[in-house]
Design a protein around this ligand. Structure first.
Ligand SMILES: Nc1ncnc2c1ncn2[C@@H]1O[C@H](COP(=O)(O)OP(=O)(O)OP(=O)(O)O)[C@@H](O)[C@H]1O
Length: 254
């Protein structure tokens, strides 16, 4: 297995009222090609800062990000990023938002429409193709953004708490859909969450961050797939991993 994405001693500080605020300190991580890595951490520990750097959206104060061995100096079409903030285009309806990455790649109009319609269905938005972002709920906008990211067919997907705002039922459906799409795709996923169950359900590996992005625990999850939460919850292996991660989160908060 080769590393597709590597963070090497990344530090990031922001200037706030002339005072330097450190968000991430000497953060290093190597992501294997085709793997699904969950990153777990409490609010404010630097998860979004880390993803912004991995996406090439912001520049590190120190250190570097390597994508396929090349230094990342800006956003890359190969890397899809589902941010926490809403980046749908307000003047495009759902279908045309989802079509956008395919327009950029020069996919023919008919094919674009076919793929967009299918992706919109997969994220549970069938019937809302003609709705504009302002006509959707927050959760629906997240799902439309997810479909748009998938439409770009990125080799690497960075996702920042994509399902946090959704109700439990929908969340489960989308987690399963994401796994279906990912399995066998060869895509690499870095998935940020603060939910232990979600991290274990999805990941091949869970990385727990403490303050300033300090890695408190980095462990593989070797539970068999396909996984469902109902089955996992009564699996002794899952209960053990869950306990270990909960302890690591607590340790990270210190
Ligand atoms: N643009 C910025 N300017 C100043 N400080 C920032 C900026 N962005 C992040 N920070 C600070 O860096 C730290 C880490 O923020 P970050 O958003 O990465 O955390 P997070 O783990 O993603 O949190 P959450 O789970 O709540 O999204 C916080 O203390 C935050 O206040």
């Amino acid at each position: 297995m080769t590393a597709v994405l590597r963070a090497e001693r990344l530090s990031k500080q922001f200037a706030k009222d002339d005072v330097a605020v450190v968000a991430l300190r000497e953060f290093s991580l190597s992501i294997e090609e085709g793997s699904f890595v969950s990153v777990l951490g409490r609010s404010g520990c630097g998860k979004s800062t880390m993803l912004n750097l991995l996406a090439g959206l912001t520049r590190p104060s120190e250190g570097e990000v390597l994508y396929r061995g090349r230094k990342l100096t800006g956003p890359d079409v190969e890397i899809g990023y589902l941010t926490q903030s809403d980046t749908l285009m307000p003047w495009r309806d759902v279908r045309r938002n989802v079509e956008l990455p395919m327009e950029i790649r020069g996919v023919a109009a008919k094919e674009r429409r076919r793929i967009a319609t299918e992706l919109v269905r997969r994220v549970g938005l069938a019937g809302f193709e003609k709705h504009y972002p302002r006509e959707l709920s927050g959760g629906m906008r997240r799902r439309a953004s997810l479909a748009r990211m998938l439409a770009g067919e990125p080799g690497t997907l960075l996702m920042d708490e994509p399902f946090g705002a959704l109700d439990a039922q929908l969340r489960t459906e989308l987690q399963e859909e994401l796994l279906r799409l990912w399995q066998g795709s060869g895509q690499t996923v870095v998935f940020v969450t603060h939910d232990i169950e979600e991290a274990v359900l999805l990941g091949d590996r869970v990385v727990v961050l403490g303050g300033l992005g300090r890695i408190v625990l980095d462990r593989p999850v070797d539970l068999p797939r396909p996984r469902t939460l109902d089955e996992l919850r009564v699996d002794p292996g899952f209960v053990a991993v869950h306990g270990e991660l909960a302890a690591a989160l607590k340790e990270g908060a210190r």
